[in-house]
Design a protein around this ligand. Sequence first.
Ligand code: HEC
Ligand code: HEC
Ligand code: HEC
Ligand code: HEC
Length: 229
Amino acid sequence: MKARLAFLSVLPACLLVLALWPRTSPASAGPETIVSATLSAAATMPLGLQDKKATFTYVGSKKCKMCHLAVYKSWAKTKMGQAFNTLKPGNAKESKQKFKIDVNKDFTKDEKCIKCHTVGYGKPGGYAIPDPKNKKSVRKAKKLQGVGCEDCHGPGSAYVKLHKEIMQSKRKYTDKEMYAAGMKKIDKSTCLTCHNSESPTINPGEPFDYEKRKDQGIHEHKPLKQREE
Ligand code: HEC
Ligand code: HEC
Ligand code: HEC
Ligand code: HEC
């Protein structure tokens, strides 16, 4: 059984060698090329499996509040923190009129809107349209309204525990540790998952200016004391 498994795990690498062998002339691809190709194919396999095993889920911005109070408070006031309210009838009148969106319509259950106005819609543990008769689902949905911390920083189920441990032990940590626990490195592409032309209120002629938007205010910033350089 074990031997068979071992054979299966090297099978893709063998196939790769076969696929490369006849077509590459010895001058253009020496044995080193083929060896390094099989090595890299083998090296990526366990990593891929690891990714599959770890499913990080969304916990909601309130879970971050007790330790990141100033950040939380400043975020809650922003348009992103309030993004769910925008979908309620009567709110954000001017923008809705400007973009010919029905001001009196309720968009809070519209899949075409909530995917960018909630936390992790459609992903494991992310926002789901609640069943009004199911109190638990209503409570859970409330925690995931608006554009929350995890929309940018990644689903928190594992890294919240890591942050707690860091806080209690007062030890140094590295960004690698954070990423392994589900945190995301933030860059322009993070924002573009929502700030794109699928949004009915975006001016397609105006490209997303990352630095400017960041400075416009996502939340307050505090220096990190425990992170290793
Ligand atoms: C999950 C979707 C999502 C992601 C990811 C996202 N945004 Fe937003 N953003 C929104 C929505 C929705 C609004 C509008 C909220 C409203 O007014 O209802 C918004 C509004 C804003 C605003 C406020 C604009 C104003 O007029 O005041 C800024 C600034 C902003 N986003 C910057 C960013 C930056 C920078 C990033 C990436 C680091 C980012 N956003 C990532 C969905 C997102
Ligand atoms: C692809 C993501 C995405 C989708 C889908 C989306 N939005 Fe938004 N929405 C945004 C972003 C991003 C902003 C902020 C625009 C900006 O500041 O550049 C925004 C802003 C708005 C605003 C302006 C709010 C304000 O503060 O003035 C309204 C109104 C709005 N959206 C309504 C809707 C409605 C209604 C739907 C569904 C029909 C919808 N959105 C679907 C991403 C989206
Ligand atoms: C729209 C995206 C976005 C949202 C929403 C968001 N953040 Fe951030 N956050 C950033 C960016 C960008 C940085 C700057 C560092 C970086 O580029 O990774 C940052 C940095 C941080 C830092 C590092 C220290 C600092 O102050 O710079 C903490 C802690 C943090 N965020 C916590 C939170 C918490 C808690 C929430 C929710 C209450 C939240 N963030 C919501 C984008 C976001
Ligand atoms: C039990 C307390 C606690 C909770 C809960 C918590 N954090 Fe943290 N977090 C910390 C501590 C402590 C640090 C390290 C601060 C430092 O280095 O000064 C940290 C660091 C961070 C950083 C910076 C990471 C880096 O190196 O770039 C971000 C971003 C962050 N937290 C976001 C969040 C988000 C989002 C949540 C909720 C989903 C959350 N935290 C929940 C205590 C906590």
